[in-house]
Design a protein around this ligand. Structure first.
Ligand code: FES
Ligand SMILES: [Fe+2]
Length: 456
């Protein structure tokens, strides 16, 4: 056979593969006035854990903006530009006051909304307080996290109250993890369930249950309203078919189901293990700010540990650069090592996307389109709440006993996965307990009609 003409396809092709291709700034740069930065500035995003608040203003950087977060002495939260409007002293040295924060340098007092309450060195008739306002953003405190909206005030959307944030019997334990790399390589990971087979199971040893090492049948479904993508991730494990639905809501919310799931019995949509936001700090740093969920329905083997969930810690292996030594990371790499090692900003032109990357490619396409739409004047779609004020979401596990038949088991998994995904999607409007019951009823009825009687 003739050798290929392309020198890059031959052995020892390093010389031909060195590239000066740049990064993908349309998706990766989020500073002020960048297209993706403008896009992020249309959504509520978490900026800190409330436990990071102390006696003094806390410096936080979000979307390339230097800010301070504080709680004034009357209990209100403020998120202000870090540098004072007068001569730019940092308000991290500001004195938290009954109302707002007072700059240490010349004593100007700023309210939580940026109103200049006092400029004490100026004459009483000074126009400064009337003519000027300090940069400030609205914030919401929820279950140990602080969320902010950094966009145009007149376009502020409703805070999306996901249905998973108020499930009965479900405890939200907040955490935050710092990553020294661009936001996108962290945010796109949940659209790639195949890494669970390798990174989390086969390559070193099982980080979770050994069943994660079964190669799944995966399909991705962009939501018609453009707000996100859900996927169905289906595995055969002994006599069970295990369907995980997971989702990404644009720009960067993800909900993996129970992280300690074990397909050892039938289960019908017990809930999610994590609700997480990937937040750009600047272009080469990001943070996951998130809730771990603890409930009697989840983690039936008791592997989780809420005492190990908090600031730069979470109760599964390989998630931070702080908890483990480099040696431990080398011996058993996790998500942190894989994603950070892609580089400060991974170079998309240097990748070879393959069949397992369909979800990553779809996510990037949807982001790029939304960013371009906004640049052309079309505001992005927002998550919509139902009549109960909650945004219905898609993530969960459905595990059913369906022994393998002599036929095409991959096709059986695909068919069951599609049907489960359809049922989970079509029941979104129901209240949670009713939805779970309806999912079980409809899945059982479908299996009875199509599988128990001889296959679909
Ligand atoms: S620099 Fe802040 S009051 Fe002067
Ligand atoms: Fe992972």
């Amino acid at each position: 056979m003739a050798a290929t003409a392309d020198p890059r396809a031959r052995p020892y092709s390093g010389y031909h593969r060195v590239s000066d291709a740049g990064e993908d700034p349309e998706l990766t740069h989020t500073g002020p006035r960048t297209p993706c930065g403008e896009y992020f500035r249309r959504f509520w995003i978490p900026v800190a854990m409330t436990e990071e608040l102390g006696e003094h203003p806390t410096p936080v950087t979000v979307l390339g903006e230097e800010l301070v977060l504080f709680r004034d002495l009357s209990g209100r939260l403020g998120l202000l530009h870090k540098h004072c409007s007068h001569r730019r002293a940092s308000l991290e040295y500001g004195i938290v006051s009954e109302r707002g924060v007072r700059c240490c340098y010349h004593g100007w007092l700023f309210d939580v909304d940026g109103t200049i309450l006092e400029a004490p060195g100026e004459p009483a008739e000074s126009p400064i307080p009337r003519r000027l306002s300090h940069g400030a953003y609205p914030v919401i405190e929820l279950a140990g996290l602080v969320f902010a909206y950094l966009g145009p005030p007149e376009l502020r959307p409703e805070f999306p109250m996901l249905d998973t944030l108020s499930l009965p019997g479900d405890d939200l334990v907040p955490y935050a993890i710092d990553y020294p790399c661009n936001w996108l390589q962290v945010a796109e990971n949940p659209m790639d369930p195949f890494h669970s087979v390798f990174l989390h199971t086969r390559v070193t040893r099982a980080h979770f249950n050994p069943a994660w090492g079964a190669l799944p049948v995966v399909e991705w479904h962009p939501h018609e309203d453009g707000t996100g993508i859900h996927l169905t991730n289906v595995r055969r494990w002994e006599d069970f078919i295990w369907v995980r639905t997971a989702e990404v809501m644009l720009p960067a919310i993800a909900q993996p189901p129970d992280i300690y799931q074990n397909p050892d019995r039938e289960k019908f949509f017990p809930g999610v293990g994590i609700t997480k936001w990937t937040v750009p700090v600047d272009d080469t740093r990001c943070r996951i700010i998130a809730y771990r969920h603890f409930s009697p329905e989840l983690d039936l083997d008791g592997k989780g540990d809420r005492a190990r969930v908090g600031l730069n810690k979470v109760d599964f292996v390989g998630q931070t650069g702080i908890e483990r030594s480099r040696e431990e990371g080398l011996r058993m790499p996790g998500d942190y090592e894989a994603q950070v090692s892609q580089g400060p900003i991974t170079v998309h032109a240097g990748e070879r996307l393959a069949t397992t990357d369909k979800g990553v490619a779809l996510y990037r396409r949807m982001l790029r389109q939304a960013i371009r739409n906004l640049a052309a004047g079309d505001e992005p779609p927002q998550l919509r709440a139902g009549p109960d004020g909650q945004v219905p979401t898609m993530a969960g596990d459905v595990i059913v006993r369906v022994p393998a038949s002599s036929g095409d088991d991959a096709e059986l998994q695909r068919t069951v996965g599609r049907e489960v995904g359809r049922i989970v999607y079509e029941t979104m409007e129901l209240e949670r307990a009713a939805r779970r019951a309806e999912i079980e009823r409809r899945v059982r009825a479908w299996l009875h009609a199509h599988v128990a009687s001889g296959g679909p």
